[in-house]
Design a protein around this ligand. Structure first.
Ligand SMILES: [Fe+2]
Length: 593
């Protein structure tokens, strides 16, 4: 029992430390309700006396969050007329299935809050001791609308597509569809699933700062070649896989992440906006050609903060509602101390998953798309001989119909080959090399693509760190983790770590760069082409062409500047086709990947 004196002391401390609201400052917003995710809210403030560069606007959802539990912030000085004490900004906000509130603070030297809490760059985040104003009412999104966060996926059947989206309630609803926008004469029910707070492993995923109601996740399998979808709002269209197609078009990258329109204490990936922009350009240029996305791990970097997942799925919807979006898991989708797979030799496991419940389904799978057999594997869970995954991969590679699919592309998160500084992954790499390289070589895997290292790096056809002859049919390894996350050290070794990265660039590494971007894969029965597109200009910056015989037709270092590539749908050019050891790129931050 708390004694009266103790209670009085608590009450007194509470009173003197409570932030005071300045009556002269007001913050308003318009409209009062947003229609859907991505809509802009205009937030206006007035009456800020003697404005300082440390005045800031906090974004809260749900509205009853404590002052320290903001999801984002914007400094008022980002507004042109901030010195007048009155200004406004526009923010696109995402439907988090809870309302928003805005509060304005003055961050002063006597405010310790921000000094204790730092952002991903280790800068202190704004303190909340001196609140100037908070918005009247709560900003919501229109109810009864949907679907949101639409994304597609292929299924085990070549002529099917899985349609997934989020709704705010579990009521029965349907997807209308048809082959023509004027003939949407079919409707199918959806089945619903969701997860609960108790399903999360640990904080922050099951904590008040990380947990948000996930809504209701709906799925429906549907069929046919061209489908127009109609929920109870916009109409969407997509192409399913073409049966017996003699060509393949895919877009591959890893480690893309999420961007927020405001600053936050959480690591976000601004570059992902450019990645999505260029990919959408490419998809729209293809018209009705079937394409799919392959995001090979470290997907949204939510790290246990589920509002980041909502932001991620909203961000990819323009792409993922048009073409299937496939993934394999990375450390940020699995890593947690309590995970069941944690062998003694591995020193690579930490808290990258943020307490989210580790994925346990569909960790390894494969499918055909046109002339290419695609394999997805999990580097995060048991991949050793004798396990289910190894048996699956071995059997899968040994039974590929190379007449139907002359090319085989294997994808996983942590690379088997890299010259980066990922020394922590050496034990894993050595086991991948020991157990999987023989499978890849024996079964003539065309390409092995990897993420995790936030760089692009292309190797020669490899076996045991050695380049093979052109007609030897060895796998070409390429690291494509340059989708958006900027935390990776440069190629130059540091005094404290002289072994990795490998410098100067070894012979087996034909091209490595620090630029963000993605890769385009195009294949016919005769030839597979993989092209690296850089985000700074949306242009090709490296490529490799591999014939069905596994002969390397043309490597980047053999290409002339701005030479056109044959058989490409788009005008593909090579602007930097030469072997270079790039030392530029993203800033050095930390070894966190
Ligand atoms: Fe990773």
């Amino acid at each position: 029992m708390i004694r009266p004196l103790t209670f009085f002391l608590f009450f007194y401390l509470f009173i003197i430390s409570s932030p005071a609201i300045s009556s002269s400052v007001s913050v308003t917003y318009s409209p009062k309700t947003l229609v859907e995710s991505g809509d802009l809210v205009n937030i206006q403030w007035n009456g800020v006396e003697t404005p300082t560069e440390s005045d800031w606007l906090g974004i809260y959802s749900p509205p009853n969050s404590s002052n320290n539990s903001y999801i984002g912030y914007v400094f008022l000085s980002s507004c042109n007329k901030w010195r007048t004490g009155s200004c406004s900004i526009d923010l696109p906000l995402v439907n988090l299935r809870s309302k928003y509130e805005f509060r304005i603070f003055r961050w002063r030297d006597d405010d310790e809050t921000g000094k204790k809490k730092v952002d991903p760059d280790h800068n202190p985040v704004p303190g909340t001791k001196h609140m100037l104003a908070k918005s009247e009412g709560e900003l919501g999104l229109e109810t009864g609308r949907g679907p949101e966060q639409i994304h597609l996926a292929l299924t085990d059947h070549e002529d099917e597509m899985r349609v997934m989206f989020i709704t705010e309630d579990g009521k029965e609803n349907y997807v209308k569809y048809g082959g023509d926008e004027n003939a949407m004469n079919k409707a199918v029910n959806t089945f619903v699933s969701r997860y609960e707070r108790e399903d999360m492993c640990d904080a922050p995923a099951n904590h008040s700062t990380g947990w948000r109601d996930p809504g209701f996740i709906r799925q429906k399998l549907e069929i046919t070649q061209k489908v127009l979808l109609q929920g109870w709002s916009d109409t969407h269209s997509f192409m399913s896989r073409a049966k017996n197609s003699d060509e393949t078009y895919a877009i591959l990258f890893g480690d893309m992440g999420t961007a927020t329109p405001y600053s936050t204490f959480h690591t976000t990936q601004d570059e992902s906006v450019s990645t999505m922009k260029w990919i959408l350009r490419d998809i729209e240029a293809q018209g009705d050609k079937p394409i799919f996305i392959s995001h090979i791990g470290d997907i949204g970097y939510a790290r246990g903060y589920s509002w980041v997942w909502d932001t991620f799925f909203t961000q990819i919807e323009p792409v993922a509602s048009k073409v299937p979006y496939h993934v394999c898991i990375g450390n940020h989708e699995y890593n947690w101390p309590l995970q069941p797979w944690k062998p003694d030799w591995a020193n690579m496991y930490g808290k990258d998953g943020g307490g989210e419940s580790p994925a346990t389904r569909n960790l390894f799978y494969s499918f055909d798309s046109g002339v290419v057999h695609f394999v997805y594997l999990s580097t995060e869970t048991n991949f050793l001989p004798g396990g289910d995954q190894y048996n699956f991969i071995k059997h899968d590679l040994e039974t590929v119909n190379r007449t139907k699919t002359p090319f085989v592309v294997v994808q996983g998160h942590r690379p088997m080959y890299t010259t980066s500084d990922e020394y922590r992954d050496v034990p894993l790499r050595s086991r991948m090399l020991e157990h999987y390289e023989p499978l890849f070589v024996k079964n003539k895997v065309t390409l092995a693509v990897w993420g995790h290292v936030h760089r692009y790096e292309r190797f020669c056809p490899l076996k045991n760190f050695t380049c093979g002859e052109e007609d030897e049919a060895l796998p070409v390894h390429i690291v494509i983790g340059m989708g958006g996350h900027d935390w990776q050290t440069l190629w130059t070794p540091r005094p404290s770590q002289t072994t990795y990265p490998i410098f100067p660039q070894p012979e087996r590494s034909l091209f490595r760069t620090g630029e963000f971007g993605y890769t385009r894969l195009f294949a016919t029965k005769e030839k597979l082409t993989l092209t690296f597109i850089g985000n700074h200009d949306g242009e090709p910056h490296d490529m490799v062409e591999i014939l069905a015989s596994s002969k390397i037709l043309r490597r980047a270092e053999e290409s002339s500047n701005k030479s056109e590539v044959e058989n490409g749908y788009l005008s593909w050019f090579i602007s930097h086709g030469r072997r270079v050891a790039t030392s530029g790129g993203a800033p050095v931050k930390t070894n966190d990947v």
